[in-house]
Design a binder for this molecule. Structure first.
Ligand SMILES: Cc1cc2nc3c(=O)[nH]c(=O)nc-3n(C[C@H](O)[C@H](O)[C@H](O)COP(=O)(O)OP(=O)(O)OC[C@H]3O[C@@H](n4cnc5c(N)ncnc54)[C@H](O)[C@@H]3O)c2cc1C
Length: 337
C-alpha cells in the first residue's frame, strides 16, 4: 500500500493539471482496500476514487483522500464453445484488455479500441464508441461499499447503464469502489460496422477481422483526437444532447444541415461537436485553453491552463450553444475540487 501526503496529481490527469491532493492512497489488493476503508481517520475525509484521470477536470486542489487501485490481471473465469467470461482487475488499462482479447480472437470490444483509462472506470462511464458500449459485454461488476465496507456483485441490470452513465456515477447512490469487472466475449465474433466512417476505412482492408477493426478504429481516432500524452485533454468534454423529435424538426427548419442520430424513442441525438462548431469555437484559442481544430468537442490545455480556465471556456461554450439552439450541454468530464 502506498500513502502520500500533499501529493501532485499532475501524472494522474490527462489535462496535465498540477492540482494536489491532501492524501493519495494506492492499494494492491482487496485486503488493503478494506483496511483503508475501515480507517477511522480517513472515514472522516471526503474521498474520490480515480483511474487514469482521463475524464476528470481538477478545478482546485482536493482536500480529502484520493484512492487509486493497483488491482490488475485478466483471468478466464468461464469458457464455453461460444464464449469466454473474463474477470478483469479494475486497474488494468482498458486498451490492454482490448488488445489481449483480439490476440485471442475473442470479439465484442474491438470497436472500443484506444479509449484511455482503466477497466473499473470504463464500467463507471459505460464507455462507448462506434456503435458499441461496454454494457454490451458486461455480465457483472464487483465492488466494495465505502460505507458498509461490504463486497457486492452487481448484475448488469443493477449497474443501470445508459449513455455514459451507470449506477456508480450517480452521486445520490452509496459510493462503491469497483475492484473487478466481468465481461463476456464471443468466440464467434459478430462485427458491429454500421458506423459510416469505420465502414469506409475498413473498405480499404483486404478482409474484416477483429485485428483489422482494431487497426481501423485506432487510425480513425488518431486522425481526429489529440494524444493526451502530448496535448492535455479529456476527450469529449460534453455529452451529445438528446432532444425530442418535435424540437429537432423545429431546429431543422432553421438549420437544414443539422446532423442527427435517431434513438428510436421519439428522441434524436445531436452531435455536440456540430453545435459548438456552429457557434464559432472550433480551432479557437482562449488564453491557455484550446478548442481542438479537428474536433470541437475536445478542449485542450495548451501548456499552462488551470482547471478554472478550462471550466470558464466550457461555460462560455455552454452559454453560446444554449443561446443559439436552446440546448443545454452537459459535461461528460467530471469536475473535481
Ligand atoms: C483522448 C481521449 C479519448 C476518449 N475517447 C473516449 C471514447 O471514445 N468513449 C468514451 O466513452 N470515453 C472516451 N474518453 C473518456 C475516458 O477515456 C473514459 O471516460 C474512461 O473510462 C475514463 O477512465 P479513467 O481510468 O481515466 O477514469 P477517471 O477519469 O480517473 O475516472 C472516471 C470516473 O470513474 C470513477 N472511477 C475510476 N475508477 C473507479 C473505481 N475503481 N471504482 C469506482 N469508481 C471509479 C471516478 O471517480 C470518475 O467518476 C476519452 C478520453 C480521452 C482523453
Amino acid at each position: 500500500m502506498r500513502i502520500e501526503e500533499n501529493y501532485s496529481l499532475l501524472k494522474h490527469n490527462t489535462f496535465h493539471l498540477p492540482a494536489k491532493t491532501r492524501w493519495f492512497m494506492e492499494y494492491e489488493n482487496e485486503e488493503e482496500l478494506g483496511r483503508i476503508l475501515r480507517d477511522e481517520y480517513f472515514q472522516e475525509c471526503v474521498s474520490l476514487h480515480i483511474g487514469s484521470g482521463s475524464n476528470l477536470l481538477f478545478v482546485d486542489d482536493f482536500r480529502g483522500i484520493i484512492f487509486h487501485s493497483q488491482i490488475k490481471g485478466i483471468q478466464v473465469a468461464e469458457e464455453t464453445d461460444d464464449s469466454v467470461l473474463l474477470q478483469i482487475g479494475a486497474a488494468e488499462l482498458w486498451d490492454d484488455v482490448v488488445a489481449y482479447a483480439i490476440s485471442k480472437n475473442w470479439g465484442g470490444i474491438e470497436n472500443l479500441s484506444n479509449i484511455p483509462g482503466e477497466s473499473g472506470a470504463a464500467a463507471v462511464q459505460n464507455i462507448g464508441a462506434y456503435g458499441v458500449e461496454i454494457k454490451d459485454v458486461i455480465e457483472t461488476v464487483e465492488a466494495y461499499s465505502r460505507f458498509s465496507f461490504e463486497k457486492r456483485i452487481f448484475t448488469k441490470d443493477e449497474c443501470d447503464f445508459a449513455y455514459r452513465h451507470s449506477f456508480f456515477k450517480n452521486e445520490q447512490n452509496e459510493p462503491y469502489i469497483i475492484t473487478h469487472i466481468n465481461i463476456r466475449l464471443n468466440k464467434k465474433p459478430v462485427f458491429t460496422l454500421y458506423y459510416g466512417k469505420l465502414n469506409e476505412v475498413l473498405g480499404t482492408y483486404p478482409e474484416i477481422t477483429l485485428a483489422n477493426i482494431r487497426d481501423a478504429v485506432i487510425s480513425i481516432r488518431k486522425e481526429k483526437l489529440p494524444d493526451p500524452d502530448i496535448i492535455g485533454n479529456a476527450g469529449s468534454f460534453f455529452m451529445n444532447p438528446v432532444v425530442s423529435i418535435r424540437y429537432f424538426e423545429k431546429l431543422k427548419t432553421q438549420y437544414p444541415d443539422i446532423p442527427s442520430y435517431p434513438l428510436g424513442n421519439d428522441h434524436i441525438k445531436i452531435p455536440a461537436a456540430w453545435l459548438i462548431e456552429q457557434c464559432g469555437f472550433k480551432g479557437k484559442k482562449h488564453g491557455e485553453v484550446g478548442v481542438y481544430e479537428k474536433q470541437a468537442l475536445v478542449l485542450t490545455n495548451l501548456g499552462n491552463a488551470t482547471g478554472d480556465e478550462i471550466a470558464l471556456v466550457a461555460e462560455s461554450i455552454r452559454t453560446a450553444v444554449n443561446e443559439h439552439f436552446g440546448i443545454e450541454l452537459t459535461p461528460e468530464v467530471k469536475y473535481v475540487g
